[in-house]
Design a protein around this ligand. Sequence first.
Ligand code: ADP
Ligand code: ASP
Ligand code: MG
Length: 437
Amino acid sequence: MKILKFGGTSVGSPQRMKDVSALIANGEKKIVVLSAMSGTTNSLVEIADYFKKKNAEAANNVINKLRTKYIGHINELHSTKEAMERTTDFVEDVFMYLHSFSTSDFNETSEKTILAQGEIISTNMVTNYLREIGIKVMLIPALDYMRLDENGEPDLLYIKKNLQGILEKNPDYDLYITQGFICRNYHGEIDNLQRGGSDYTACLIGSALRAEEIQIWTDIDGMHNNDPRIVDNTTPVRQLNFEEAAELAYFGAKILHPTCIQPARYAGVPVRLLNTMEPTAPGTLINNNMETGRIKAVAAKDNITAIKIVSSRMLLATGFLRKVFEIFEAYKTSIDMVTTSEVGVSLSIDNSSRLLPIVEELKKYGTVEVDRNMCIICVVGDLKWDNIGFETLVTEALSNIPVRMISYGGSNHNISFLIKEDDKKTALQALSNKLFN
Ligand code: ADP
Ligand code: ASP
Ligand code: MG
């Protein structure tokens, strides 16, 4: 069994939906995970935002615009009256439901429920289209099996048990379709796996079922060696180790959801990144192999805050670092980078919502300095410590850029730099020029 995920642009128009349908209807057993049509989740975020601010009129305007767009899509997608009516009825119900938030109390679950509608619509459209052209397909609602635990993390056992149960009860299909991104939380309310979360859905399913392969179909030929939105002349990387890919995803390579590689890595299920616009292009294969002697790719993560604690008295005394880390743990704030010296320790965090109380508590242990609007540059490849010269090469590329922190040696395949967000573009381009061009 293979798991195939198609992102927003891959199902972004009726023609794309037809192209995807042609790709998936080949008789091989598979589960297909679909995102919302591109732009839809952003519109739903806008709608939820207006409802939250009690501006129902603005929310209803956006809903009406979105509805008009979908009615056009449905007319273009279907050629029979019956299929057109079936999809139209479904989608009209969704839009009526969206309008109903005008009059209800708005809370976090309302917001998540609104955000879920994009995937609910796209999977309905593609399923109805496939049936219209005579393909047998089962739509499995993600809300029936995709669930978070009490810590807000995917509940792997629950997912496995429930999804397997559904498949066992419905064995006579080659093609199953399900929604990416959406799930239920521990209390059974509608929730999601964060923006870009359809990749995560596919990898969670792939690892729960120990699939043969997970395929992430998107609008580019695999993982490039640098961010193609920022840097010129990037090229695809044909193979990545799970850990290299996990590092790139976590540190900003938008082609993959930040944590989606983890479940695939634990289950040992290979992940292939493929291009819907060019289905025969080789893409990128992510597996257990580690190619030696090469730097593979660079990624960048914005919105980072650096915190330095300087304490001549206490640093490196037994238990000092533990006390510092416990403060971050107490405020549920995870740390990305750490560097230490005889007199101080610097840390970086990407979630600064609890920064003020964290800083207040850290002040018990020394002087605290905060630098905001920073960016982590992550370079990935064969960076084992006994491999001479690569870290020098990377550092040389950044010789004209002020560097706040450097982290190397935490793993065999990564070196990270903390720089100002303003220097990101220059740094990424300099790295590409030095390492790849
Ligand atoms: P989807 O809607 O299919 O999930 P995304 O927009 O989330 O697609 O991810 C694909 C996009 O990721 C590409 O179009 C590209 O602009 C961007 N991207 C950022 N970094 C990289 C990278 N290193 N390699 C490939 N694509 C990248
Ligand atoms: N539709 C969701 C988003 O736009 C999830 C996804 O596309 O992966 O974030
Ligand atoms: Mg994505």
